[in-house]
Design a protein around this ligand. Structure first.
Ligand code: ADP
Ligand code: MG
Length: 319
């Protein structure tokens, strides 16, 4: 039976690239560069709540870090360091090795050093705290949206929820569509470079983890404004192309979580710049609505022009 220290040494100790003191001491030492603020975020993944206990460990390793990287992307920050707290039911070395492979693949993809952590026995629970850097004062918060701003979403949100519906047997996707949707669910691609490019352009931003409408509600609350969503402008075509009917496509896009796309507001004067940026990053970008003055009110404009208020409740662990 490997000891806790064997596990840490074998699976979670890698050469660090920009960490003063990494895994192995009582604390890591991190040195942010001059003029930078630290952006810090924690996300916990709990078996049975966030993933199935028999989930593929390599994909789980990727996702555990990727959801944290995405939180920094949503601030316009650059991810730099992470610490990993693991609670594991057993010292299953094959499982841990696969998990570490996925985790470090994501760390390498986004320039993150694993600087420390904690490893204990217990119910399967994965918690990452991530540290990033952002030029002082340049972070994009949830609170800066202004009446008249456009609302934008990156990528093709809804694929992850469609993949989950497929796993649950609620829909039977074709092989290609299933591959696309399960990749979105298991290997989300945080929009790190694009998030940083939005500094000075976006007035408010977050990453969509709990559903577009629900997460939009957080921007409305923090910014003290409302929003109008234009259904005709939603990127539903990619979901239709995967075989989802209109009702399912709409539910996945508006209420499904787990895509980790960026939802942001920006003044209309930025439209051309945004189109050029999206093109440069090879990233689909949809202008899906506007910020309105009516605080807390979320209105959907249907394709026939009819407008109606809608709830902005996302996933809530305690509701
Ligand atoms: P302490 O008892 O002082 O908290 P630990 O024995 O928990 O130290 O950890 C020893 C070292 O290994 C520390 O540097 C800690 O940050 C690191 N560490 C523990 N678990 C992990 C892990 N899962 N990933 C990365 N580093 C870890
Ligand atoms: Mg410890």
């Amino acid at each position: 039976m490997p000891s806790e220290f064997d596990l840490i040494r074998r699976h979670f100790t890698r050469p660090a690239h920009h960490t003063t003191l990494s895994v192995g001491d009582d604390a890591a030492l991190l040195a942010p560069r001059a003029g930078m603020q630290l952006a810090v975020s924690t996300d916990m993944l709990v078996a049975g709540t966030h993933f199935f206990a028999d989930a593929d460990p390599e994909a789980l390793g990727w996702k555990t870090l990727a959801v944290n990287v995405s939180d920094l992307a949503a601030m316009g920050a650059e991810p730099r360091w992470a610490v990993l707290a693991l609670s594991l039911p057993a010292a299953d070395e094959a499982w841990i090795a696969a998990f570490a492979r996925g985790f470090f693949a994501c760390a390498d993809a986004f320039g993150v050093d694993l600087a420390g952590g904690d490893t204990t026995r217990g119910p399967l629970n994965l918690c990452v705290t991530i540290f990033g850097e952002v030029p002082a004062g340049a972070a994009v918060t949830r609170g800066g949206a202004r009446t008249g701003d456009d609302l934008w979403i990156t990528g093709t949100p809804g694929h992850a929820a469609l993949g989950l519906a497929h796993l649950r047997g609620e829909v039977a996707l074709g092989a290609d569509a299933a591959r696309t949707c399960l990749a979105a669910l298991h290997r989300p691609q945080p929009r790190v470079a694009f998030g940083q490019a939005l500094r000075g352009i976006a007035s408010a931003m977050l990453d969509v983890s709990d559903g577009l409408l629900g997460d939009l509600g957080h921007i409305l609350e923090c910014s003290g404004c409302g929003a109008l969503i234009d259904v005709a402008a939603l990127p539903l075509a990619a979901l239709h192309a995967c075989g989802a009917d209109d009702a399912l496509a709409r539910r996945c896009l508006l209420s499904g979580g787990d895509d980790y796309e960026l939802l942001f507001a920006a003044p209309p004067a930025q439209r051309e710049r945004l189109a050029a940026l999206a093109h440069g990053h090879g990233l689909p970008l949809s202008r899906i609505g506007t910020i309105t003055a009516s605080a807390g009110e979320l209105v959907l404009r249907e394709t026939d022009g009819r407008e109606h208020p809608t709830a902005h409740a996302g996933y809530d662990h305690f509701a």
